[in-house]
Design a protein around this ligand. Structure first.
Ligand SMILES: Nc1ncnc2c1ncn2[C@@H]1O[C@H](COP(=O)(O)OP(=O)(O)O)[C@@H](O)[C@H]1O
Ligand SMILES: [Mg+2]
Length: 239
């Protein structure tokens, strides 16, 4: 049974259909890539899945449970959490305190939360920065912090929104390895990423959005050899 089912989801902003009648499902333990040109509706779809926006139409099922109308905190408690394309750590707090905010979703003990937070900092390779002020971290480390904070909520499904955006190749390679390690531990992931090589490498399946609509879905190989996908991306690079 799929862990996540998106059924005919649309999201309208005034007259604009940012997401239009999109359906697909994600198998437990897999990585689903989500790609498409800028403005295709990828972030909006994440917002509809994780409770930041109610879908205008359609339904989201997580573990068979209908999620429409639940707020992000409730969605997080049930096991779905996202990271943000524009990272926004609590800048004045320390790195470990930021991750504790995630851990406190499941425990009211500060001590337990701190231990959980340190565990997740180790997972992303940021434990040496635990006591740094979050706002002072370089972008690559802020992205890792964002992942650690999400992992600290102990999700079943992790949604990553352009977690490699703005990173250099070495930092991106570390994030790719992190995503693969997380998968190894059985966590299901949905990943929005612009870097085609990265998305090809990590995804089991890929959904392609253009102008809010699902252009196609398939294996990485099926997606990169699809003429419509090639046109959509060439269109973007010549824009
Ligand atoms: N809160 C909002 N209000 C109005 N329009 C929005 C809002 N959020 C996104 N949009 C519009 O929806 C479309 C899809 O945006 P987005 O989901 O951010 O695309 P992507 O993440 O694929 O680049 C864009 O045209 C964007 O301007
Ligand atoms: Mg986006």
């Amino acid at each position: 049974m799929p862990i996540l089912e998106i059924n005919h989801v649309s999201k309208f902003f005034g007259g604009l259909a940012a997401v239009s009648d999109v359906s697909f499902s994600v198998e437990a333990g897999s990585i689903m890539g989500l790609i498409g040109p800028n403005g295709a509706g990828k972030t909006t779809l994440f917002n509809c899945i994780t409770g930041y926006y109610p879908p205008s139409r359609g339904e989201v099922f997580f573990h068979g449970r209908r999620m429409n109308g639940l707020d992000p905190d409730k969605v997080c408690m049930l096991g779905m959490v996202r990271t943000w394309q524009k990272v926004r750590p609590l800048a004045r707090l320390s790195v470990v305190d930021n991750v504790m905010v995630g851990a406190l979703a499941h425990t009211s003990s500060l001590r337990t939360a701190r231990a959980l937070a340190m565990d997740q900092l180790r997972v992303v390779g940021l434990d040496h920065r635990a006591d740094f002020t979050a706002g002072g971290l370089p972008i690559g480390e802020r992205k890792k912090l964002e992942v650690a904070r999400a992992l600290a909520t102990r999700p079943k499904l992790l949604l990553l929104d352009e977690v490699m955006g703005g990173l250099n190749p070495a930092e991106s390679a570390e994030i790719i390895q992190l995503i693969l390690d997380i998968k190894q531990q059985g966590l299901t992931q949905m990943v929005i990423e612009h870097d085609m090589k990265a998305i090809m490498r990590i995804s089991d399946r890929i959904v392609v959005l253009t102008s809010g609509e699902k252009l196609m879905e398939g294996t990485p190989q099926e997606v990169v050899t699809n003429p419509d996908v090639i046109t959509a991306y060439l269109g973007e690079s010549h824009a």
